[in-house]
Design a protein around this ligand. Structure first.
Ligand SMILES: [Cu+2]
Length: 130
C-alpha cells in the first residue's frame, strides 16, 4: 500500500517537472489578423502567432500543413485551396485562399517552432461576409 502511494506521488512530481520545463502547444496563440472579411476568391488570410509567455511574435515558425474549410458552419467537406504568401510582418503568416460563400471558415495549421519538440496545431476561425 505504501509502495503504491509513493509511486503515484513520484509520477505526479515527475509530470509536473516535465510540464514546467517544456513549453507546449498551449503556450502559443494563433489569431486572425482580420477576424472578418468579404467573401471572394484570392482572399488574403493572415494569422498572427504569438508566444503567450513572452508576448512576442514567433517569426521562425515553419508551417508545413494548412487546411481551410467551413467546419464551423457544418460544411467540413467544403475545403478551399491554400497557398502561402510572403510575410510582411514578424510573426504574421499570410495565405491566399478562397472564401466562396458567406459564413465561418476554420483554418487549421500544423506548425514547427524552433526549440519545441512537439508539432503545434493552431485553429483559427474567420467570418466571411456578403
Ligand atoms: Cu459553405
Amino acid at each position: 500500500m505504501l509502495f503504491k502511494f509513493t509511486t503515484a506521488a513520484l509520477a505526479a512530481t515527475l509530470s509536473l517537472a516535465a510540464s514546467a520545463a517544456m513549453a507546449g502547444a498551449g503556450d502559443y496563440a494563433f489569431e486572425p489578423v482580420k477576424p472578418e472579411m468579404k467573401k471572394g476568391e484570392d482572399v488574403t488570410l493572415a494569422i498572427r502567432l504569438t508566444n503567450k509567455q513572452t508576448g512576442k511574435p514567433v517569426s521562425d515558425a515553419v508551417i508545413f500543413k494548412t487546411r481551410v474549410d467551413m467546419a464551423p458552419d457544418g460544411m467540413a467537406e467544403m475545403e478551399s485551396a491554400v497557398a502561402p504568401l510572403p510575410s510582411k510582418e514578424s510573426g504574421v503568416y499570410a495565405f491566399k485562399t478562397d472564401l466562396p460563400m458567406a459564413g465561418r471558415y476554420q483554418m487549421t495549421l500544423s506548425v514547427k517552432v524552433q526549440g519545441e519538440p512537439e508539432t503545434l496545431t493552431g485553429r483559427v476561425i474567420v467570418t466571411a461576409t456578403k
